[in-house]
Ligand binder design. Structure first.
Ligand SMILES: *Cc1c(COP(=O)(O)O)cnc(C)c1O
Length: 437
């Protein structure tokens, strides 16, 4: 048996081409596009942004796309656009990056959290309906880690209760479900396009919809220089100033990157998909470790944003996922225990009075309290998953080394049991910003 690197043995991943993980992949067209904007002094104009929007909408087969300065803003605009307002409630998963839902508080609405499915880590359709009240306006769901949520069932629930659906597809650019693209199932889809996401253009976001009213309300909310596009009379009557006091225009240097990205992203997605599948094919027979991956018919993983593994500690005599990851890191492979921290555990949703109202901002009517409402799957997930390398190229030799590192640690896990100090549960991360793939 080989000696684990964490105990002084030889590291498995002994060489690495830094381009394997470099992201986004920058090409000449991006550079030229950015320089053009810079030299024209067109940073705050919107000719290139509109071109990018048309391309993004066409790619998704939808009528409208509206660029934003980040994904957070696009989600807030979507909430306003579907009518989320003071006193309303939205239902969202707790297992996500905060920008899926925190903006609702600023709009005067409350967030009610639902649990996730332990296989997909997306919102569990069985945990939604009993949380619906006469105040519920929308379900804001996430296609987490590139997997499209169970849209058949979620759309049926929304129809039955007359709720709006906002899809946060920030992890799932190009992901499919029944051969249909993430972001096109609900009333409106929003995407972060920031630089570590799958479709990366810089600090930017985009909203897509087929609903003219949603599109116009989003323009009304955060894009006052585009109020000339408003056609609905009641919306146009408010034109001139951004009604929410928000200016969410996309930076044109990002839009220029986006125009170029649209051309090359499908090929990049295909290569990443081949690389990730190759990695997982090499680990098929390792008990206790398997991919977090879409399995619904006609589904795909897009660019496999932030790929993770399921980790079954029972297969390793209870070895913590942290200790497993430490050993894997020592072998030279990326391994990040857990995933986003559960939002409902943060005092923002239970104790904090943001606006000085004399009670917690997210306090629900009828004495309901999200913070004490347990979400057992969400709360237990940190010990059962870890982040794996996000390969950008199908460079088999290098992928084989990373897979060999996992196989070595898994085969020698007994050597790690004595040094396992991680007896208490840990809570994951509030954001993805410290994570390097
Ligand atoms: C990144 C992200 C956002 C926010 O996007 P920004 O562009 O960073 O503002 C929203 N939701 C999810 C799930 C994300 O991962």
């Amino acid at each position: 048996m080989s000696h684990l690197a964490i105990d002084g043995g030889e590291k498995v991943v002994c060489r690495e081409n830094p381009d394997m993980f470099a992201w986004p992949i920058v090409n000449r067209e991006m550079e030229a596009g950015v320089l053009d904007i810079l030299r024209r002094g067109a940073m705050s104009q919107n000719d290139v942004t509109k071109r990018f929007e048309r391309g993004y909408a066409r790619w998704h087969g939808v009528k409208y796309a509206l660029g934003h300065n980040n994904g957070t803003a696009s989600l807030e605009a979507a909430m306003y656009a579907v009518g989320v307002r003071r006193g309303d409630e939205i239902i969202a998963p707790s297992m996500t990056y905060w920008a899926t839902c925190v903006q609702a508080l600023g709009l005067g609405a409350k967030v009610v959290f639902a649990d996730i499915d332990p296989e997909t880590l997306c919102i569990d359709p069985d945990d939604i309906e009993h949380r619906i009240t006469d105040k519920t306006r929308a379900i804001v769901l996430v296609h987490y880690l590139g997997i499209v949520a169970d849209m058949d069932r979620i759309c049926a629930i929304a129809r039955k209760h007359n709720l709006k659906i906002i899809e946060d597809a920030s992890h799932a650019h190009g992901s499919l479900y029944h051969d249909k693209m993430a972001g096109t199932f609900g009333d409106v889809g929003c995407f972060s396009l920031m630089s570590s996401k799958g479709f990366a253009v810089g600090e930017a976001g985009i909203l897509i919809t087929d609903d003219r009213e949603i599109y116009e309300r989003a323009i009304l909310y955060g894009h006052y220089i585009r109020h000339d596009e408003l056609t609905d009379e009641s919306i146009r009557a408010m034109a001139g100033l951004p009604v929410g006091g928000c200016k969410y225009r996309m930076h044109q240097m990002s839009a220029a990157v986006g125009v170029a990205q649209l051309k090359k992203y499908p090929a990049e997605m295909a290569e990443i998909d081949a690389a990730m599948r190759y990695y997982w094919s090499l680990l098929k027979d390792v008990p206790g470790i398997r991919p977090i991956q879409a399995t619904a018919p006609g589904s795909s993983m897009g660019a496999w944003y932030f790929p993770h593994a399921h980790y079954d500690r029972d297969c390793f005599d209870g070895l913590s996922v942290q200790r497993f990851c430490e050993a894997l890191q020592a072998e030279g492979s990326k391994a990040i225990p857990g995933v986003n921290a559960a939002l409902h555990k943060h005092p923002l949703f239970s104790k904090i009075d943001i606006f000085g109202d004399g009670h917690p901002t997210n306090q629900l009517s009828g004495g309901r309290d999200v913070s004490t409402d347990p979400l057992p799957v969400t709360e237990g997930i940190q010990e059962r998953v870890f982040g794996v390398p996000w390969f950008k190229h199908l460079w088999k030799d290098e992928i084989e080394l990373h897979a060999a590192a996992v196989r070595k640690v898994a085969a020698n896990y007994r050597d790690l049991l004595a040094g396992d100090k991680h007896v208490t549960a840990f809570n994951g991360h509030w954001g993805l910003s410290t994570i390097k793939t």
